[in-house]
Ligand binder design. Structure first.
Ligand SMILES: C[S@@+](CC[C@H](N)C(=O)[O-])C[C@H]1O[C@@H](n2cnc3c(N)ncnc32)[C@H](O)[C@@H]1O
Length: 860
């Protein structure tokens, strides 16, 4: 810290607040130590201290520090010693109060304090800096922040100081996020340091680097993120930033990550979740019980999982309030484009800081304490399935009862919102519910949803048809990046009227179909295929078989394989039990022969034959096959394959039987080994938690000791300086001075004393009466004892063996706390004066004897 202050100079635009891990029992002098390294005034923070720029404010020991407007508030720490995270606490409070104007700097320190605080600062558009760990005395704190990916700039101390001094955070450019939350993209469109053209150029570079289509992302939020990256590189112009990203394309990855803006929290906007639990879920659960007992929820843009788990907890609470408790199976699909966020979400681990958002009752019920933080309880974790998915390009989930997509649309231009809202409409069951963020609305598609709880942005799907063209899947971005050249596949040139008519007819009448490569990857989707396909859970994939709904999967796989192998069309029928009511679907796979570029591909067409009636036959629908009808050529091929497959199946089932028996005995062994492992694991986990707790306590103690040490070191430096001053003073006065302790032992002496006493440095500690002296001073011991007893100085004139005269003054040695702890003897040579006096006396003017003691009334 002192090194940072040394490099900062006196920046009048900054308020520096120093938060350290201090010993709560030690009244520190940290402010005094830091004051030697800066010209700015340094104060220990007092309650309600104002955050005036141009000063350094230091946290006092045993206090938490909060920011309220322009004031600092002190409060007793909320956590017991050893579990306190004062830096996280302060950073979070700073982020909340000063949003994009906050700068968090993490320097040397143990543990991970500061990491979550920096995350909070970054989420509101503030700037986050960390010292290069290799240059820190304790590298754990900066390392933790860097590994968590929450640091904008990692640099040595002098560079960090440069950023702080140069980085005049401009309120106009950065404060646009302020007040209404990080998601607010309105306000000034671009900061003063960026221009629209510059932003466009960087967006192009980003698109080609990441393959993501950002053309419909709000310019204002992109501009703000660029501004922040410029600041962390200390760049004044966007031209410099352009040069930087051209030279270091990996900087584009950092910017792309920044753009995802994953800020989130549990029960974000609590009133929304209360309204959902009390006003919406009871009805939704009642409908689910009637319709088979399954509730399907989709949370696109789930970030690190907090929103999806909040949905799960809210459902649990809603179910608890209904009697008898509804018997429903809850499935929550939570997706996000950011794979790192999805990994975090899957782990279900969160820091202690979530206590600010989750009540103690919910913490006790839905979380398990673990590794100094919290883990989602297994019964909540198992309700949620996480997957990476880009909402703008990947196929949506379907037959969904509730979609919560909060704080994503706000980052998109209205045009993209107009495509996504119909997609949600398509994904929802009739009567399904959509929850948006409080700053978002359905105004881009007003006919599709009606408000249920308006202020909470909870809406119900209206029963209106969604135009199949309102959203086209995949969205254009995927086609652009797709392996298949789209114009070749479509094969029409819309420049002629005939082509236009063909295209329109194709769009209106063409059945639902997909074109897949020889390896089964879908490269083009025609019409609405949601009844037959859905994105697979887990890593996003375009694999046709994986995407096909379970009840149709075997038939699609069979038709696809046959068409590929026999190079001819194959049609199979299957019952789509995922549809309500179940329908018979004809699946026709046709190998593509023209044009040559697509010759290895297969076109798979889905045709609805009709719904299944009570007798098991089909009703209505084109080509309905009420009485069985003659089998098609494809169907007879299927019969042959079926017979062959049945024979294979019989042989295989015998093998399976044998394998099953072996497995079962192996299973038993594994079971008992597993149980042993589980109990060992439990024990280890408990021991580990204990160790982690002790480690954290040790770490914070260690740091407190270091701070005390720092102060002591400063005091030692001061004392050494004083001692040097004293020695030089005594040496230069030419007055022999002797310091005795209260037992007459020699404590210290000046060189001049050796002319009167036979003293060498090793005599320190010996009684002065044991040493030989050239002085004729038999009263020495008595004088010293009298001063120690009466605290009254004694003065006397004595002679030595050589006939020289000295004025001896014996004074009490007073300590700082006014105790008498020995004596100080000074010997002043008065030979000349005395000789003059004796000469005068011998001239007969005065015959009085000399040498008697004289009492001096003055005190030292
Ligand atoms: C501000 S967070 C919102 C998190 C959460 N919904 C909430 O309100 O607390 C926005 C999230 O949207 C995700 N995101 C951005 N573009 C996306 C896209 N095209 N598809 C899916 N998720 C996207 C980001 O990765 C980020 O996690």
């Amino acid at each position: 810290m002192s090194s940072l202050l040394d490099h900062l100079g006196s920046p009048r635009h900054l308020t520096v607040v120093v938060v350290m891990h201090l010993d709560p029992t030690h009244e520190g002098g940290l402010a005094g130590v830091l004051a030697r390294h800066t010209e700015l005034p340094v104060h220990a923070v007092a309650d309600r201290a104002r955050l005036e720029p141009g000063q350094v404010l230091v946290i006092p020991p045993d206090r938490d520090l909060d920011v309220e407007g322009d004031e600092l508030r002190l409060s007793p720490p909320g956590e017991p010693r050893g579990r306190r995270l004062p830096i996280d606490h302060f950073f979070r409070s700073l982020a909340q109060a000063h949003r994009a104007r906050s700068i968090g700097v993490v320097l040397s320190g143990t543990g991970s304090d500061g990491t979550d605080g920096l995350r909070a600062i970054r989420a509101v558009g503030g700037l986050t800096l960390a010292q290069v760990p290799e240059t820190a005395m304790f590298d754990a704190m900066p390392r933790s922040a860097i590994e968590a990916g929450v640091v904008d700039l990692v640099a040595p101390i002098d560079e960090l100081a440069g950023v702080l001094v140069a980085g005049q955070i401009d309120d106009a450019s950065r404060g646009a996020d302020a007040g209404t939350g990080p998601m607010v993209g309105s306000g000034s469109d671009v900061g003063p340091s960026t221009t629209v053209d510059d932003v466009m150029r960087i967006v192009e570079l980003l698109e080609s680097r990441t393959g993501r289509d950002l053309s419909l992302h709000k310019r204002s939020s992109i501009a703000r993120r660029i501004d922040r990256r410029m600041l962390s590189h200390q760049l004044a112009s966007i031209a410099d930033y352009l040069r930087l990203v051209t030279r270091m394309p990996e900087e584009l990855d950092v910017l792309a990550d920044d753009l995802l803006i994953g800020v989130t929290s549990f029960f974000r906007d609590p009133e929304v979740w209360t309204a959902l639990r009390d006003d919406v879920l009871p009805g939704l659960l009642a409908e689910a019980v009637q319709a088979g007992g399954v509730v399907r929820v989709w949370t696109p843009a789930c970030s690190t999982g907090e929103e999806a788990y909040t949905v799960a907890m809210t459902f649990r609470e809603a179910m608890d309030r209904i009697s008898p408790r509804p018997r429903v199976r809850l499935r929550i699909f939570a997706t996000d484009v950011d794979p790192v966020a999805i990994e975090h979400a899957r782990s279900g681990r969160y820091p202690r800081a979530i206590e600010a958002d989750v009540s103690p009752e919910r913490l006790a019920r839905f979380f398990v304490e673990s590794d100094g933080g919290y883990r989602i309880a297994p019964d909540i974790r198992e309700l949620v399935v996480f997957a990476q998915q880009d909402l703008t390009t990947d196929p949506p989930f379907t037959r969904i009862d509730l979609i919560t997509c909060r704080n994503l649309l706000i980052y998109f231009e209205p045009e993209l919102q107009r495509r996504i809202l119909p997609l949600f409409h398509h994904a929802l069951q009739p009567g399904g519910v959509l929850v948006l963020g409080t700053a978002e609305s359905c105004s881009a598609a007003p006919d599709l949803f009606e408000p249920v709880v308006g202020r909470a942005r909870i809406m119900r799907r209206r029963h209106v048809p969604t135009s199949p063209r309102a959203f086209e899947l995949p969205f254009p971005a995927v086609n652009r990046a797709s392996v298949a050249p789209r114009p070749v596949v479509r094969g029409t040139d819309p420049s002629t009227l005939q082509a236009v008519v063909e295209e329109l007819l194709r769009r209106t009448f063409a059945p639902s179909a997909v074109l897949a490569t020889a390896t089964g990857d879908v490269v083009f989707v025609n019409g609405r295929t949601g009844r037959y396909l859905e994105p697979p859970v887990g890593k996003a994939s375009l694999d046709l078989i994986a995407m096909t709904r379970e009840s149709l999967r075997a038939a699609v796989a069979q038709a696809f394989r046959t068409a590929r192998r026999q190079r001819s069309s194959c049609s199979l029928r299957a019952v789509n039990t995922d549809a309500d009511p179940p329908t018979v679907v004809e699946i026709t796979a046709t190998p593509v022969t023209e044009p040559p570029e697509a010759s290895s591909m297969v076109l798979v067409v889905f045709s609805e034959i009709g719904a299944i009636d009570d007798s098991g036959g089909t009703v209505d629908g084109e080509g309905a096959d009420r009485d069985g009808g003659p089998p098609t050529a494809g169907a007879s091929a299927l019969a042959d394959e079926l017979a062959a497959a049945q024979a294979e199946l019989r042989a295989a089932s015998e093998e399976v039987q044998i394998a099953k028996q072996e497995m079962s005995s192996m299973n038993e062994e594994l079971q008992s080994a597993n149980e042993e492992l589980q109990s060992a694991n439990e024990e280890l986990q408990a021991a580990n938690e204990e160790l982690m707790r002790s480690k954290e306590e040790m770490q914070s103690m260690n740091e407190e000791l270091r701070t005390i040490n720092l102060e002591l070191q400063a005091r030692v430096d001061e004392l050494v300086q004083q001692s040097d001053d004293m020695r030089n003073l005594l040496d230069s006065t030419d007055i022999a001075t002797l310091f005795l302790d209260s037992g007459l032992g020699v404590r210290r002496f000046t060189p001049k004393v050796t002319e009167m006493f036979n003293l060498i440095p090793s005599d320190i500690g010996r009684a002065i009466t044991d040493l030989t002296t050239r002085l004729v001073y038999p009263e020495l011991s008595a004088d010293v004892s009298s001063v120690l007893r009466d605290f009254t100085p004694v003065q006397r004139e004595v002679t030595d063996e050589a006939g020289r005269w000295f004025s001896v003054r014996v004074m009490p040695y007073r300590t700082q706390d006014r105790r008498i702890d020995g004596t100080v003897l000074t010997f002043t040579d008065i030979t000349d004066a005395k000789q003059r006096e004796l000469r005068t006396a011998s001239d007969g003017l005065d015959q009085r004897p000399v040498g008697g003691p004289t009492e001096s009334g003055d005190d030292a």
